[in-house]
Design a protein. Structure first.
Length: 178
C-alpha cells in the first residue's frame, strides 16, 4: 500500500468516526430537547397547580431521580460529543456542512449544557435544602417556578435547534459524499 493510499484510508476512517459522533450528537440533542420540552409544556405547569409544599417535594424528588446513568449519559455524553465535533470542525472547516455542525455543537454546549450548569442547577440546589412546608420554601417556590422554567425554555430551544443544525450537517455531508 502506498503512502497516499494509507492517508486516504486514515481520512475515510476519521470520516466514519465523525459521522457516528454526528449521528449520536443529533439524537442526543433531540432526546434532551424532548425531556426539556416536557418540563416546559406540562410538568412545571402541573407542579404549579400543587400546593407549594407538594410542588417543592415533587421537584426535590425529580431532581434526585434525574441523577441517573441513562439521563446523565445522554446529557453529558452529548456535550462531550459536541465538544469533540466542534474541535474537529475547526481543523476541517472546508468540509460540507461544517458551519451547521459547529453552530449546532456550540448551541448545545452553550445553550443547553452551560445554561443548565449556570442557571438551573443552582436553583435546584437551593430548592434541595429548603423545608417544603416552611414560609421560606413557599417564597422560594414562587420565584423558582418562573425563573427555572424560563431558563428551561432556553435549554429546550437550544437543544432542539442544535438537533436540527447537526441533522442538516449530516444531510449536507451525506449528499456531498454520494
Amino acid at each position: 500500500m502506498k503512502k497516499n493510499e494509507k492517508i486516504d484510508e486514515g481520512l475515510k476512517m476519521i470520516d466514519r468516526v465523525e459521522f457516528i459522533f454526528m449521528l449520536i450528537s443529533a439524537l442526543g440533542c433531540g432526546i434532551i430537547a424532548g425531556v426539556f420540552f416536557a418540563f416546559s409544556t406540562f410538568v412545571m405547569n402541573a407542579l404549579a397547580r400543587l400546593t407549594p409544599a407538594q410542588g417543592i417535594a415533587a421537584m426535590q424528588s425529580i431532581n434526585i431521580a434525574v441523577i441517573n446513568p441513562l439521563f446523565l449519559g445522554v446529557f453529558v455524553g452529548t456535550a462531550v460529543a459536541c465538544l469533540l465535533l466542534a474541535g474537529s470542525t475547526l481543523f476541517r472547516w472546508q468540509r460540507p456542512g461544517a458551519v451547521y455542525l459547529l453552530a449546532g455543537c456550540l448551541l448545545y454546549i452553550a445553550g443547553c449544557f452551560l445554561v443548565t450548569m449556570l442557571f438551573n442547577v443552582p436553583r435546584n440546589d437551593a430548592l434541595a435544602v429548603v423545608d417544603p412546608v416552611s414560609a421560606d420554601g413557599a417564597k422560594l417556590w414562587a420565584g423558582y417556578l418562573n425563573s427555572w422554567t424560563a431558563w428551561n425554555h432556553v435549554r429546550t430551544a437550544a437543544a432542539l435547534a442544535a438537533a436540527a443544525l447537526i441533522t442538516i450537517a449530516l444531510c449536507v455531508e451525506s449528499r456531498s459524499s454520494s
